[in-house]
Design a protein around this ligand. Structure first.
Ligand SMILES: Nc1ncnc2c1ncn2[C@@H]1O[C@H](COP(=O)(O)OP(=O)(O)OP(=O)(O)O)[C@@H](O)[C@H]1O
Ligand SMILES: [Mg+2]
Length: 247
């Protein structure tokens, strides 16, 4: 029996623009196991961000269901949905959305403070996460005093603050040079390998495929390709048997 962390079942999304329906997702089913890294690729406008927003409960589907840890996300009321979101999901947005007037440390602490955490404990965890992403000397810097790659690392630390089961990242290396992007890829890989972090990354960067168990391609609102091995399908292999995609 497989216990998927995330299940998207026949998810459709259409926007209404004026009076015109705009079909964006046309029936997407995707099951992601605990500890899996999935990359989502596809041309601009294919529906990748829309899919990620729906998977994380930020946007509701027009039809279909989303389950996280067996819970039907959108069957809950608003309060339940926002609790599930902050409990289970961490987001890294393409535009990192750091608060400019807050320091790196305060930005990372924020999700915990919103949940009512004790400030001292939140601060300790924020510092340990910032150290883990290589920013132990940048606690007191504001976003404007950090490089693009550093800002993105703060955003990753912030997304991990509440220990989400599922980390969703939307083109986290879109604006970064190759070397900096590689550092971010390695960071995701490390969080996956050492913490068993489940990660879904939307990317245009084929290099990111190398750290993923699976690469899903979306075109025009549908999954048109899948490369790699779904984690549940390899879980019977000896440890270390979960193959990474090398090309
Ligand atoms: N609120 C909206 N109303 C109408 N159409 C929308 C809305 N949001 C997105 N769309 C349309 O949905 C399609 C998919 O958008 P989405 O942002 O998911 O694409 P994407 O695959 O993430 O593209 P990119 O790689 O450029 O980020 C686009 O054609 C977009 O114009
Ligand atoms: Mg997008």
């Amino acid at each position: 029996m497989s216990d998927f962390l995330l299940k998207l079942n026949a998810v459709k999304k259409r926007f209404i623009l004026g009076k015109q329906p705009v079909p964006v997702l046309k029936g997407v089913s995707l099951h992601v196991a605990q500890g899996e890294t999935v990359a989502i690729m596809g041309p601009s406008g294919a529906g990748k961000t829309t899919l990620l927003n729906i998977a994380g409960g930020l946007m509701c589907p027009s039809s279909g269901t989303v389950e996280i840890s067996g819970r039907d996300l959108f069957a809950q009321n608003d309060e339940g949905l926002s609790r599930s979101r902050s409990q289970y999901v961490g987001f890294v947005f393409q535009m990192h959305h750091l608060l400019p007037e807050f320091t790196a440390e305060e930005n990372v602490m924020l999700p915990a403070m919103i949940q009512g955490a004790v400030r001292r404990l939140a601060c300790e965890r924020a510092r340990s996460l910032l150290a883990e992403v290589g920013l132990e000397k940048r606690f007191k810097h504001r976003p404007g005093e950090l490089s693009g790659g550093e800002q993105q690392r703060v955003a990753i630390a912030r997304a991990l603050m509440n220990e989400p089961r599922l980390l969703l990242a939307d083109e986290p290396t879109g604006d970064l040079d190759g070397v900096t992007a590689k550092g971010i890829h390695e960071l995701f890989q490390r969080f996956n390998e050492t913490h068993g972090q489940t990660i879904i990354i939307v990317t245009h960067n084929p290099e990111l495929g190398r750290i993923a168990n699976r690469v899903i391609t979306i075109e025009d609102g549908l999954i048109v390709g899948e490369k790699g091995v779904a984690k549940d399908a390899v879980s019977d292999l000896p440890s270390g048997g979960s193959e990474r995609i090398s090309d």
